[in-house]
Design a protein around this ligand. Structure first.
Ligand code: FEO
Length: 398
């Protein structure tokens, strides 16, 4: 299909043929303020291979970019590195249009694609370390199970020293610049760490192991081509180093204070705690839930040393927005945090205890009893909050 879209050359034999989603702002609960891209890649070898596809509504954009280089009918191989639908949504339609010789995925990928698309089309499994001959070059497959789905794998093109890393090393960023070296460090790091925190944080141990595993394979990697955002062609070591640091989750002197409030009492407590944190020599990041998105909170928590959560009690329960963020953060499994709960209540005051139970389940080291204030905090109550902030700061800096 010819159209206005053009492929972008990545290396001698590889073209980017993905799609730019300028308008997406909610990616299954993750706020994507700068949009995203779904990256697919064409390997122009004796046998032409397409690495991953795109989200279903962007199929024609991808085929148009492919058609700017070759006739899509000339594709012999399609590799699915990851079966999540932002990369496989149009796979069955593309298979029907292109009729490739082979469609390949990891063993778990074959199962996942079958469970998504219920198609009779055969998808062949490739094992970890297996190679595929494309004539004048070959593809190698590296299983990366649970990074971040069971089916996930990397594909390596030795001829161009290029690693197709699916979601790994990616970010949500819609831009006309295809390469990381064309984008400011500030934007790159902000979007890359946000992506890591919201997609990969629960698998940090695996991230470390995978970085080591790829290292021990002795592959020369000059280019990392992920499935979202820019391609790392000048200094791929930069994003690998970032991942090693983030995966370690070393506690910092940052104290994330997340709260919601009904009549500003819990807000007053949060602000008093923040003043205590400053006085104790640490750095508060106060994130009211009325103005802070859960994916931005997760990003701050990844790089923090403490998490304090405040909730008023409403109808014998924590505030619904507090339940939302705690559910989300619990799933992301942040590590190496200290913490505490606080909040105002009217007569029963269950919320603080409920928050504490979830923080304990998250293996957060509670350094103080939950700080509860009836109705409106007076000067003494605010001083207690201040002291709590100072105690948290001292623990982090001491
Ligand atoms: Fe970009 Fe896990 O999909």
């Amino acid at each position: 299909m010819k159209g206005p879209y053009k492929a972008v050359r990545v290396s001698e034999h590889v073209y980017w043929v993905g799609a730019i989603d300028w308008g997406i702002r909610d990616f299954h609960g993750y706020s994507t303020e700068r949009g995203t891209t779904y990256n697919a890649y064409l390997v122009v070898a004796d046998k032409i291979a397409l690495i991953d596809t795109v989200k279903a509504p962007f199929k024609d954009e991808m085929l148009s970019r492919i058609a700017s280089v070759i006739d899509p009918q000339d594709i012999s191989i399609i590799v699915s590195n990851h079966s999540e639908m932002d990369h496989s949504g149009c796979l069955t339609d593309v298979i029907a249009e292109v009729n490739p010789e082979k469609v390949l995925a990891s063993t778990m990928g074959v199962k996942a694609l079958s469970a998504h698309f219920h198609t009779d089309r055969e998808i062949q499994a490739v094992g970890n370390g297996e190679n595929l001959n494309l004539g004048n070059m070959e593809l190698s497959f590296i299983e990366t199970r649970m990074l971040h789905w069971p089916d996930s794998m990397f594909t390596y093109l030795g001829k161009d020293e290029l690693l197709f890393s699916q979601d790994g090393f990616g970010m949500h960023l819609a831009t006309d610049e295809r390469f990381a070296d064309e984008i400011s460090d500030e934007i790159l790091e902000y979007e890359a760490v946000k992506y890591y925190a919201n997609i990969l944080m629960p698998f940090s141990t695996l991230v470390n192991n995978t970085v080591k595993k790829v290292g021990t394979l002795g592959l020369s990697i000059k280019i990392i081509a992920p499935d979202h955002g820019p391609i790392w062609r000048k200094d791929p070591g930069k994003i690998i180093d970032f991942y090693s640091n983030w995966a370690a989750q070393e506690p910092s002197n940052k104290v994330v204070i997340v709260y919601d409030t009904m009549w500003e009492s819990t807000a007053a407590m949060a602000n008093a705690i923040a003043e205590g944190v400053i006085a104790g020599g640490a750095h508060p990041k106060v994130m009211p839930l009325k103005s802070s998105h859960r994916s931005d909170i997760a990003t701050e928590v990844l790089l923090a040393g403490a998490l304090l959560v405040g909730s008023p009690t409403i109808n014998n329960n924590m505030f619904p927005t507090v339940a939302d963020i705690l559910t989300y953060l619990k799933g992301l499994k942040p590590r190496n945090l200290i913490g505490a709960a606080f909040g105002s209540y009217g007569w029963s005051g269950e919320a603080v205890g409920q928050v504490e139970e979830i923080l304990k389940a998250m293996k957060i080291d509670l350094i103080a009893e939950g700080n509860k204030v009836q109705y409106v905090p007076d000067t003494a109550a605010l001083k207690n909050c201040y002291n709590l902030g100072m105690a948290v700061a001292k623990k982090l800096t001491g």
